[in-house]
Design a binder for this molecule. Sequence first.
Ligand code: SF4
Ligand code: SF4
Length: 461
Amino acid sequence: MGKTFAGGVHPPENKRYSESRSIEILDAPEVAYIPLSQHIGAPAEPAVNKGDKVLVGQTIGSPKGFVSVPVHASIAGKVLKIDLHPHSVTGKPEPHVIIENDGSDERAQELETLGDNWENIEPKKIVEIARAAGLAGMGGATFPTHVKLSPPEGKIIDTVFLNGAECEPYLTADHRLMLEFADDIIDGFILIGKALGAKRHIICIEANKPDAIEVMIEKTRGTGIEVCPLKVKYPQGAEKQMIKAVTGREVPSGGLPFDCGCYVQNVGTAKALFDAVSRGIPLYRRVVTVSGPIVKNPSNLMARIGTPFSALVEACGGTTEPVGKIISGGPMMGLAQHTDEVAVIKGTSGIVLFGLDDAESPNEMPCINCAKCVDACPAYLMPTNIAACGEYGNIEMAEKLGALDCIECGSCAYVCPSNRRLLHYIRAVKNEINIKKARERAEKAKAESEKETVKEVEKAE
Ligand code: SF4
Ligand code: SF4
């Protein structure tokens, strides 16, 4: 059993393919395709030129603005070019730094290494290192960690959560990390709590990972850190649902966890923070689950950022039949890819492959007003109405209906007997709302700057 939230769904877990496979280190690729945009916020700017020699861990992309992080080389070699290449999140060609491996695996040491002295670090320094190491949420959200660790003034965070729910079907990367790197994860979690001055630490794990729960209980004994098993239900790993399930607190509409004194961080990011602070290692590799019914040897691979998906699938022995669908992430929230040339990024938790039969989309039929989508929605929304706004372009109404509170979990589409493409329409209308808001902000800023210019001219006259 375990704690849970209202709504949600129970898709087949399908963790059996890879949950017992230990993490294997994947060979560095011959050529790495490293996107300059791997995080929410402004893309990094190239910090190298064609022909430059780079080392593993060297900064190759500099952050642009506060909500941005640097990008590091994942292999040593020569920069072949900075060019457009397909991106797994946008589906479009985006700027990548393309590096040819020279086989030396020579490392750069740009970050300070605190070693065993990490426990004495100042909170401000933790945030600085998180940024310098290029950390962004590795659960898939890719929000820059240093921004998340810098709540607005006046916001007190008393409770931090370590998110080991991994509720997406097929994915087992976090599960294996908890079993194999529990000490690093816990130490990274302590650093997170320290950076925020939090009093309560809670590790949340879905009850379908009893071995990870046991390891975490054992490793945290006497530390005051709580381990909280959660009911197996999708999307149990969503931040707002986790906070509500464990503490009863609600993140207000349009708000963030810090609005109710909470902070949630994925286990992979906690480990990456510890690696950065204690070992001086920036984020240039991550664990990726490669799974699905047609993968010959489903695995959990420690892959360099920039490794093409095709190389990961090949390392798993390929597939038993032709690929009908390849998804970056899990089947509920992941993104279908049109090519396996896309590369692993900081937020790539898994690659799931299906055959041709599973790739066919069932015919979409009219809504029969059964309200199953409403019952399933963990954000208490009316998915059918918001989706209709998306389908017919009614942006204002979608905003009024709380479209921006949608966490894009896909539970509504999963239960719909009419196969309505609810998530597709909702994502589209959310995008429109965000574009409208950005335009309004830009217009306001322009008007204010024009006012300032007029004032300055009047003063000068
Ligand atoms: S409306 Fe959004 S939050 Fe609600 S079930 Fe659908 S995708 Fe999930
Ligand atoms: S689940 Fe599908 S058919 Fe039922 S109300 Fe929602 S959109 Fe309509």
